[in-house]
Design a protein around this ligand. Structure first.
Ligand SMILES: *[C@@H]1O[C@H](CO)[C@@H](O)[C@H](O)[C@H]1NC(C)=O
Ligand SMILES: *[C@@H]1O[C@H](CO)[C@@H](O)[C@H](O)[C@H]1NC(C)=O
Length: 691
């Protein structure tokens, strides 16, 4: 009998062991203290994508300081982030990263911890998309992408709170929860430790960050109640993504630990992780100075040798001034752009006007198709100010703006490199005389184009610290991408041409028919003048005819005026483009016409803001758009300084620029009078417009 006594405790012991083993199987953990390349010289046990590269010190670099890059690094095998019941399980992770921006205060673009069903994240875009999603995917529940972003650029498109924040992103780049990282400065270049903990039972996600200490702060930065069950698929890959935009940062990862199934991830100690070599260190500085001195010496010797050659090349150099180096990598080499456009061949010409010629180009390095705009300008000072400005407007990111990739300057030429838009300009679709093209402009397509342009203008006017004026909204500046989404191009360019060689003169630049009447009096570009131009565009798209149509009967010459008369007479359908063939949503058309008329009001104060415009256009219901205020009852006196016929002859293409190109040219400074149109919202009182 006594022999059998110990059996019960042994049974308990085995059961306990079994239970422990079972729970161990459900949990999983790993730790990377640095990312040294494996024995075979391959990747450090991670799936790397994009430009991610292990560095000699065991640091993983996701991006360098080149613009528009994506880097990914994922744990090589998928993890079961949901249990058998489909409920998201607890996990905990800790990682150490650093963001070293190209210019101390301007980050670009950010870094994120990600869980996704596919470690390749196909179709993901750089810049504000952080290498996570494509523009079309943002917000789709089918993405199954969970991310914690460490964002160093404020993107208004996604409602970012500032340019130094942490956000929780579910299937989108619009954060579901976010908090300023302060006092931590994410783009300081210091190693940042981050903790992301999800409690599956309590359905709570906590995110903490710290610099200079390996200890987790007592209170989390973000504590967000969320059930990740719907976001996670059965098998998910975890890892990191980083991207750069026009401005760039190097994104580094120094260490990573992860634990699945409850409990905290293994602690990372800053002292045991590789650290970035800091040029700020005293030692490094000495060696840097030595290296610089040595290079200077070598450079001197080389310079002496290359003197003759340099003198030979001097005449044809790219113009690089010290201030331009501040924007370094985004400058393209002239030779590169010349090669891309095959020496600016006529056959590569996409169009001209709008301040210059536009060529199609294929970048020699990436094979990417781009549009290269060649702008000539007589004033070096004007160009300099303008390039300084593109450094800031180049940071503007919006899906309805044509993305500026970079620039190059050579003598009086400025070359601007933009994303290539395969479907060309709206102008060509509306008036190209090509039946096929116009037939693609169904009412839904036209309405969407107008909403797209409104949203781009709203972003320019209100989405940035200061108001960015477009100054030249017109159909030929609205470009259509592969899926016929509209993007506004050339913003800010008009400003370049407002400044002449003589800084005290301001020239009104714009395109007749889109020019707000007050502009020609005051010469001062305003948001209301952009709204006016947008109004002209709205009516143009609805009617399928130009804002000023010289071939039309006199009463129909000025589209806005004619449309107003038809509107008052209750005959809006007479204004509509016949090519629509009656296939349209009447309420939407009515609302759109109202918005167009309202924007075209001669008084700037009476026009709506772009915010109102965007709301009414998207809203669609005619009833929601207030009655546009009628234009002043009495037409301004017809000055008759220049006959109407003169005007038509002077501006056959209805564009100041082309008129200038054909006539006096930019330097002419000729005073050109523009006739007044009776009873016209576009009327201008014998204004003197210098072209
Ligand atoms: C990486 O893989 C090697 C060989 O498979 C293994 O010995 C090592 O422990 C792995 N390291 C990590 C951090 O998982
Ligand atoms: C950054 O990485 C890309 C791709 O690996 C490379 O083409 C580029 O030259 C690198 N830029 C710098 C500044 O090292």
């Amino acid at each position: 009998m006594s022999n059998h006594k110990p059996k019960l405790p042994i049974l308990f012991f085995f059961l306990l062991l079994l239970f422990l083993l079972a729970s161990l199987a459900a949990s999983q953990e790993f730790t990377y203290k640095g990312f040294r390349a494996g024995a075979a010289g391959g990747n450090p046990n991670l799936t790397l994508n994009g430009v991610t590269e292990p560095q000699p010190h065991g640091i993983l670099r996701l991006t360098n300081e080149t613009s528009r890059l994506i880097g990914h690094a994922f744990y090589p095998s998928p993890l079961r982030l949901v249990d058998r019941n489909g409920t998201a399980v607890s996990f905990s992770t800790q990682f150490a990263f650093a963001v070293v921006p190209e210019y101390p205060k301007l980050g670009g673009h950010g870094f994120a911890f990600v869980a996704a069903p596919d470690p390749r994240l196909r179709g993901a875009l750089p810049s504000q998309y952080l290498g996570l999603l494509s523009a079309a995917d943002v917000g789709n529940a089918t993405n199954h992408v969970f991310a914690v972003e460490f964002d160093t650029v404020q993107d208004f498109e996604f409602g970012d709170i500032n340019d130094n924040h942490v956000g929780v992103d579910l299937n989108s780049l619009v954060s579901n929860a976010s908090a300023s990282a302060a006092p931590v400065n994410l783009k300081s270049g210091d190693t940042v430790l981050a903790w992301v903990d999800y409690d599956g039972a309590a359905r709570r996600l906590n995110v903490s960050i710290a610099t200079g200490s390996s200890e987790k702060p007592a209170a989390p930065l973000i504590s967000f109640r969320v059930d990740l069950s719907a976001v996670f698929r059965e098998q998910m890959y975890v890892g990191f993504s980083a991207s750069t935009g026009l401005l760039a940062s190097s994104h580094y990862l120094m260490g990573w630990s992860f634990r699945l199934g409850g409990g905290a991830a293994p602690k990372l100690d800053l002292s045991s992780l590789p650290s970035l070599p800091r040029p700020k260190d005293g030692k490094n500085r000495t060696s840097l100075i030595l290296a610089a001195a040595f290079s200077a010496f070598v450079a001197l010797v080389l310079l002496a040798g290359a003197g003759a050659y340099a003198a030979y090349r001097y005449k044809n150099r790219d113009v690089i001034e010290p201030w331009e180096l501040d924007y370094g990598p985004h400058r393209f080499k002239y030779a590169e752009l010349r090669r891309a456009t095959r020496g600016f061949r006529e056959r590569e010409l996409l169009g001209s006007g709008g301040f210059g010629k536009v060529y199609r180009g294929v970048l020699p390095g990436s094979g990417e198709t781009v549009a290269v705009k060649r702008v000539s300008h007589e004033s070096r000072q004007g160009l300099r100010e303008f390039v300084a400005e593109i450094a800031s407007i180049g940071r503007l990111r919006h899906r309805n703006l044509v993305q500026l990739q970079g620039w190059c300057r050579r003598r009086g030429d400025l070359l601007l490199v933009y994303d290539y838009m395969p479907n060309g300009s709206l102008d060509r679709h509306l008036f190209g005389g090509d039946h096929l093209k116009a037939s693609r402009l169904t009412w839904p397509a036209r309405h969407r184009i107008l909403c797209d342009v409104a949203s781009a203008l709203l972003y320019l006017h209100e989405g940035w610290e200061h108001v960015v004026l477009h100054r030249d909204v017109k159909a030929s500046n609205v470009l259509l991408d592969a899926d016929m989404s509209a993007r506004l191009g050339d913003f800010g360019l008009a400003k370049l041409h407002e400044r002449g060689t003589n800084p005290s003169t301001t020239r009104v630049v714009g395109t007749l028919g889109y020019l707000a009447p007050e502009l020609t009096r005051t010469g001062k570009a305003t948001a209301a003048a952009d709204v006016f131009a947008f109004g002209a565009l709205v009516l143009e798209v609805v009617a399928g005819r130009r804002p000023i149509e010289p071939r039309a009967p006199p009463e129909e010459l000025v589209l806005a005026e004619w449309a107003w008369e038809r509107y008052v007479a209750g005959e809006v359908d007479k204004v509509l483009d016949e090519r629509l063939g009656g296939a349209y949503d009447a309420a939407e058309v009515a609302a759109t016409v109202k918005v167009g008329l309202w924007c075209s009001h001669p008084s700037p104060a009476a026009r709506p803001t772009m915010r109102e415009v965007a709301r009414y256009l998207e809203g669609g219901e005619a009833g929601e758009v207030p009655e546009p205020p009628p234009p002043p009852p009495h037409p301004p006196a017809y000055s008759g300084e220049v006959g109407f016929d003169d005007f038509v002859h002077s501006y056959p293409s209805s564009s100041f620029e082309r008129a200038a190109a054909a006539g006096a040219g930019w330097d002419g400074g000729t005073q050109t009078s523009v006739a007044t149109f009776p009873y016209s919202p576009l009327s201008m009182r014998s204004c003197h417009v210098s072209v």
